[in-house]
Design a protein around this ligand. Structure first.
Ligand SMILES: *Cc1c(COP(=O)(O)O)cnc(C)c1O
Length: 360
């Protein structure tokens, strides 16, 4: 059996060492020393000004919307994980979808302006598969119409554009540190912003809105994360270079093996580095995808159709809408297994089955 992903697990001794410290201190959660240490190290590693470690990537998005005091309509992408859209609805705002760019699979900046109404307050875009959105164009549009910008950077850990962290673009960027992501703390998330005041507000929000021993400053929620999760994050951070190297090597091996596949990979932002978070391939048509997927399934090799069906066509709490490019991409995209423990032999097997299915 080959799963779509396996979480990276560090040597257990290193994790145990940190857990023993937790036992000694008996400080389990609520902004403990490991959580603070992780925040400092991540800020350093990612080269961002301000960052908070939170419970998950979904509550990070919800707090971003809340902290910016958004209401009305938020322009967003139909091609993302459901949390991008559900957070908008959860915060009482209306998602307004615009279609994606066929090359990058990110929100198409050319279609944003026509979707802006007097109710529009923000743009919430996802860096799909870690591939940066056209941040400069989006920034220009946002400035012109006085809109806030939130990026869902759940896939974009470690990505830079022109040498600057992708998390530094927009008013707020969120990230997920869920076990299935490139870098994880079992469950976890990040909120980053260049605005110190906004960060302070989010840090208070994360802890019920408590601002002092006997005072409240904000409407808050419980979005804290525990020392145990921080411990996993700290140990995994030591391996982030090794994880990246291995994923790069496997990605290049896939590329080589799949040279004759009838499909394409999304076109990456020209000024950005790759983080190898996923291996997506846009097959020539859905029929080919289903044929390949069926053959892989029969061999217990599990792929994922990220993101099928498109959000605009499937969420029961929204009116259904069709989008030419997003729906087409959703039907044709397949993510292949990619994780630290995957071997070249397994990639050989996967790609051999794929090519056989294609050529039969
Ligand atoms: C994983 C993911 C999220 C949600 O993160 P959690 O930590 O699982 O809550 C949000 N957006 C995108 C694009 C994701 O892939």
């Amino acid at each position: 059996m080959i799963p779509i992903t396996k979480p990276f697990l560090p040597p257990i001794e290193e994790f145990k060492l940190l857990i023993e410290g937790i036992w000694k201190r008996q400080w389990l959660t609520n902004m403990g020393p490991l959580a603070s240490d992780l925040e400092m190290r991540l800020k350093d590693y990612l080269a961002v000004k301000h960052l908070v470690f939170v419970a998950n990537g979904t509550v990070a998005l919800q707090m971003a919307i809340k902290a910016l005091e958004l209401n009305g309509e938020i322009i967003t992408t139909p091609f993302s994980f459901v949390a991008t859209t559900s957070s908008i609805v959860w915060e009482g705002c209306t998602p307004v979808f615009v279609d994606i760019d066929a090359n990058s699979l990110n929100i198409d900046p050319n279609r944003i302006e026509e979707a802006i109404t007097e109710k529009t307050t923000a743009i919430l875009a996802t860096h799909v598969y870690g591939n940066p959105c056209d941040v400069e164009r989006i920034d220009k549009i946002a400035k012109k119409y006085n809109l806030k910008v939130i990026y869902d950077g759940a896939h974009a850990f470690g990505v830079k554009v022109k040498g600057k962290s992708i998390f530094e673009y927009g008013d707020i960027t969120t990230c997920s540190l869920h076990a299935t992501k490139l870098y994880h703390s079992i469950e976890g998330g990040l909120v980053t912003t260049g605005n110190a005041e906004l960060l302070k507000k989010i840090a208070i929000m994360r802890n019920f809105g408590i601002s002092g021993y006997d005072s409240f400053a904000e409407l808050g929620i419980n979005a804290k994360n525990s020392e145990f999760h921080a411990a996993m994050g700290l140990v995994n951070l030591k391996y982030i270079e090794a994880i990246g190297e291995k994923r790069k090597e496997l990605t290049e091996y896939y590329d080589d093996r799949l040279r004759s596949i009838r499909g394409l990979k999304p076109i990456w932002h020209k000024d950005a580095n790759l983080n190898y978070a996923y291996y997506p391939i846009l097959l020539e048509n859905e029929e080919l995808l289903l044929r390949i997927k069926k053959e892989l399934d029969l061999n217990e090799i599990f792929t994922r159709r990220y993101f099928y069906p498109s959000l605009a066509s499937s969420l029961p709490y929204l009116d259904k809408r069709k989008f030419e490019i997003a729906d087409d991409a959703a039907r044709r995209v397949l993510c292949l297994p990619l994780y630290f423990d995957l071997t070249r032999e397994e990639v050989d097997l996967i790609t051999r089955i794929m090519l056989r299915a294609q050529n039969n």
